[in-house]
Write a protein that binds this ligand. Structure first.
Ligand SMILES: *Cc1c(COP(=O)(O)O)cnc(C)c1O
Length: 454
């Protein structure tokens, strides 16, 4: 499909990549599914062009229905930390599926997966669910049930799934479409949510001074990754812990994206993290290994408020599914120190090269990190808040994205997302990324208006 010789990078992206089958599938999909996709960012509305329908994936590679091959820097938004169809995970899944798909009873893998999570993180107990959205929704209910209070505090740009109370100012998907909020969220629900600027302790203290007795919890992404990667400034995490404790509110650390990726435990335990012990943690993505599995957890005392031991109801037909838990368990067990070292080194190589080429092309940008998770903002100042993130040149990102895609590198199709690498990203995959960067950086520099318009 592409003449990818590393020595002489193409001056312009190759426009000859066939997309007929993806385009035809999108057409069919549009007839039966809103926008043709089952999660909005997949529609490529922010970057333009035809979303690629992927037929198969192995290691760091995606192959689409037209036969094009891409280095995958989405990794299913994080879960594919070992690479696609990793042999150990495939064997575990095949074995589990051969013994039954779902029982509606307790089963052995659930115990092992919960044990693995408890061993790696500060939580004493977890309840397994099927999506990150369910995890944060349930954690919120538990916090409200345990405190007898109703208000929740979230930060602008943090995404916690599409829970009604948490959809205000929620980063990536919502940011991509420039929707301030979602339609269909009742005012009664939104009015219980206080949205504050991220990294702003003074705003947190002011909110607690006014509403402290009604606030059940503060929920935050452990290290935000859904407005691009925006690490907490020094002291912010400690401040969250102190202020919530002073006012008897719970602190929920959402590690759905960062958990088991930034370090063997998550952002908690990562080098740059203050490793604050929140009251509740939520997990997802990596812990499902590409299958629907997520969790929330905390101290045994707090978790005992959940049914059947306590009064806070929470349940799920497929919770702890034997195939999903087998995939998650095999994935976590495969996440060795060597894997984390590899992720770090591959991520540094790619990010450094991207930065170098963008500098050469004169494109303002900033790279920000959370362990091996990083994002490239198309603005030259550090990004500390959602407003900062929104001020980047999204037009430059779109041109960059399209040029990378046409050279066989699939980035997240939004300027507000982290880039993900896997243990399977080998020299060949990294080479293909490096070879694509110069032309993509030049494309980003072309026609670059400061307001992102062409
Ligand atoms: C992805 C994500 C969620 C939602 O998880 P789903 O499985 O998509 O429902 C929640 N919180 C964070 C931080 C996430 O990155």
């Amino acid at each position: 499909m592409l003449g990818m010789s590393g020595s002489t990078p193409a001056t312009t992206p190759t426009p000859d990549q066939p997309t007929e089958r993806s385009a035809a599938l999108l057409e069919q999909a549009r007839a039966v599914t809103p926008g043709g996709v089952n999660s909005p960012v997949r529609a490529f509305r922010a970057v333009g062009g035809t979303p690629r329908f992927i037929r198969s994936a192995t290691g760091p590679w995606l192959t689409d229905v037209d036969g094009n091959r891409y280095v995958d820097l989405v990794c299913s938004w994080g879960p594919m930390i070992l690479g696609h169809t990793h042999p150990d995970v495939l064997a575990a899944v095949t074995d589990a599926a051969g013994r039954g798909f779902s029982f509606g009873t307790p089963s052995e893998n659930e115990v092992a997966l919960a044990g693995e999570i408890v061993a790696r993180t500060p939580v004493e107990q977890v309840r397994l669910v099927s999506s990150g959205t369910e995890a944060t929704m349930s954690a919120l209910r538990l916090a409200r049930g345990a405190t007898g209070r109703s208000k929740v505090v979230k930060f602008a740009g943090c995404y916690h799934g599409h829970v009604d109370a948490l959809l205000a100012s929620a980063g990536s998907g919502v940011a991509t479409f420039a929707l301030p909020d979602s339609a269909g969220v009742p005012e009664s629900s939104a009015s219980e949510t206080i949205v504050l600027p991220y990294n702003d302790l003074a705003a947190l203290e002011a909110a607690f001074a006014e509403h402290g007795e009604q606030i059940a919890c503060v929920i935050t992404e452990a290290c935000p990754g859904n407005m691009g990667v925006v690490p907490p400034v020094p002291g912010f995490e400690e401040g969250l812990r102190r202020v919530t404790r002073e006012h008897g509110a719970l602190l929920i650390s959402d590690e759905v994206m960062t958990g088991f990726r930034c370090s063997p435990s998550g952002w908690f335990g990562a080098e740059a993290s203050a490793s604050i012990e929140a009251d509740l943690f939520t997990f997802g993505k990596v812990m499902g290994g590409g299958f629907p599995a997520a969790a929330f957890g905390g101290s045994a005392e707090l978790m005992s408020r959940l049914a059947p031991d306590g009064p806070v109801y929470q349940a799920g037909t497929l919770s702890g599914n034997p195939v999903a838990t087998a995939a998650g368990l095999a994935t976590l067990r495969g996440c060795t120190p060597e894997v984390y070292a590899h992720l770090d080194s591959v991520a540094r190589t790619i990010a450094d090269a991207a930065s170098r080429e963008l500098t050469t092309a004169g494109v303002p940008h900033t790279v920000q990190w959370a362990g091996s998770m990083f994002s490239v903002f198309f603005r030259d100042q550090p990004v500390r808040t959602y407003d900062d993130a929104k001020s980047q040149d999204t037009g430059a990102f779109s041109r960059f994205f399209t040029a990378m895609l046409q050279q066989g590198v699939h980035l997240p199709p939004s300027a507000f997302e982290a880039w993900f690498v896997s243990a399977a990203h080998d020299e060949a995959a990294v080479e293909q990324v490096l070879a694509a960067l110069p032309a993509a950086a030049r494309a980003a520099g072309n026609l670059s208006g400061s307001d992102g318009t062409l």
